[in-house]
Design a protein around this ligand. Structure first.
Ligand code: TPP
Length: 185
């Protein structure tokens, strides 16, 4: 969702997505496929840390076929979309959305014969991106982002499109969620 809503695409055929189904784990194998089809293209998988772990074995495919895919992890240590819905629709009653035992993604990259990088603050971000793009091989970039940032716009469950939340200022509106809508979460 972050990539779909905030990354600027200015040419066709540059974007693969699981679309409305939002299937976790789609990104890494899709990036592998794109890189196989376009060996000279820059292929970046922008993914959450939880989604990444769903198909982490594809790091082995990248190594085996020498695919220089860049895995750019927006790591908030939360299943962020779940956390966001719990915050906005369930009165911040968080349950099972925090990941307390994540692996060290740099060591994971190295275990799969790739390069691992990490940014822990905004000041380190540009340097990590430069290094990621310069490296001629697979890279895992662990980007430690704000843990409680919400992704907008969003449409609360059960609400029509004309009541989508456009930003944090509208969070109060989420209180209007119907009982039926809450049941859908
Ligand atoms: C295979 C699968 N299981 C469960 C879900 C429900 N779901 C949607 S988003 C999400 C959490 C995603 O967390 P993360 O990949 O860390 O990304 P973030 O939302 O934090 O950006 C879950 C569990 C899903 N979309 N796909």
């Amino acid at each position: 969702m972050w990539a779909a809503q905030h990354f600027q695409f200015d040419k066709p055929n540059r974007w693969l997505t699981s679309g409305g189904l939002g299937t976790m784990g789609y990104g890494l194998p899709a990036a592998v496929g794109a890189q196989v089809a376009h060996p000279d293209a820059l292929v970046i998988d922008i993914a959450g840390e939880a989604s990444t772990l769903m198909n982490i074995q594809e790091l082995g495919t990248m190594a085996q076929y020498r695919l220089p895919v860049k895995l750019f992890i927006l790591n908030n240590r939360y299943m962020g979309m779940v956390r966001q819905w719990q915050e906005l629709l369930h009165g911040s009653r968080y349950s099972q959305s925090y990941s307390e035992a994540l692996p060290d993604f740099i060591r994971l990259a190295e275990a799969f014969h790739g390069k691992g990088l990490r940014a822990t603050c905004v000041g380190e971000l540009d340097g990590v991106i430069d290094e990621m793009l310069r490296h001629n091989g697979p890279v895992v970039a662990d980007i430690c982002v704000a843990q409680d940032e919400n992704c907008f716009p969003m449409i609360p469950s059960g609400a029509p499109h004309n009541e989508m939340l456009l930003g944090p200022d509208q969070e109060a509106n989420a209180a209007k969620i119907t009982q039926e809508g809450m049941m859908l979460v």
